[in-house]
Design a protein around this ligand. Structure first.
Ligand code: ARG
Length: 249
């Protein structure tokens, strides 16, 4: 009965606010808020047994709850997220996704909910100490991420090795197949604790901000997301979620 009520509320919301599901022209289901992500990105989204957990997963759950929708998470390749959102297969893309001018051509972004940095991981014994040392070296990235885009621009395609998962790039680094990995700071911190002999350069590569992507022009959903984010920020929920996954040090 409870579930039934939830769905009804959600359906009403869809009709009155075009909230979750049924994004114009899309295939997302009514009553369900479909989040496209790439769950290879701790602490934002990753697998814990058969469930996807992390900061983004919890924020998305809170958004879905406020909208009276059921959250459905789709784990896909990172560079498929924007196409899924812009084609309406997913209602929102949430994947520690950096707001960029290019992406704004294809999707609309919510208010930002986190600040981040692209950092450089190297082997501790490599002698690499600064960004200048990276010239002419082979840099690993997760395909389609800002780390990929910026590094390809700066160092040239021939110096970039692309991996489906950030963790695979880090493993290749450990094995000496590549010289450095450029990736977001919090996943970097997680990955270096899981692989020995790696350090993060102090000098950050780029500063960025994360936001939630929706189909261009889906103002109702964007407004709902922004309202919810504002509430989660104001009542301390967002900080509590972040604190659960990231130790302050
Ligand atoms: N912040 C970077 C970007 O937007 C990397 C995000 C990767 N996220 C993920 N879930 N794999 O390009």
């Amino acid at each position: 009965m409870k579930k039934f009520l939830g769905l009804v509320m959600c359906a009403v919301m869809v009709m009155s606010l075009a909230g979750c599901g049924k994004t114009a022209g899309g295939t997302a289901q009514e009553g369900i808020l479909v989040m496209a992500t790439n769950a290879e990105f701790p602490p934002y989204e990753y697998h814990e047994g058969s469930t996807i957990v992390g900061i983004d997963a919890e924020i998305a759950a809170a958004i879905a709850e406020k909208m009276g929708c059921e959250l459905q998470i789709e784990d896909i390749a990172f560079d498929s997220i924007i196409p899924e959102v812009s084609s309406g297969k997913a209602d929102m893309g949430m994947a520690g996704m950096t707001v960029t001018e290019d992406r704004m051509q294809n999707v609309d972004f919510s208010d930002t909910y986190a600040i981040a940095r692209q950092v450089v991981i190297v082997r501790a014994d490599s002698g690499i100490t600064s960004l200048d040392d990276l010239q002419g070296l082979v840099i690993g990235v997760q395909q389609g991420t800002t780390g990929d885009i910026y590094a390809t621009d700066e160092f040239g395609d021939e110096y970039i090795e692309r991996y489906a998962k950030g963790m695979e790039a880090v493993q290749a680094l450990t094995q000496g197949k590549i010289d450095a990995v450029i990736i977001d700071n919090e996943p970097a911190r997680v990955f270096i604790t899981e692989n020995e002999g790696l350090i993060i350069l102090e000098e950050a590569y780029a500063d960025e901000e994360y936001a939630i992507a929706v189909r261009k022009g889906n103002k109702e959903l964007l407004d709902r997301i922004n309202e919810t984010l504002a509430e989660l920020k104001a009542d301390g929920t967002l900080d509590a979620i972040v604190a659960k996954y990231i130790s302050a040090d």
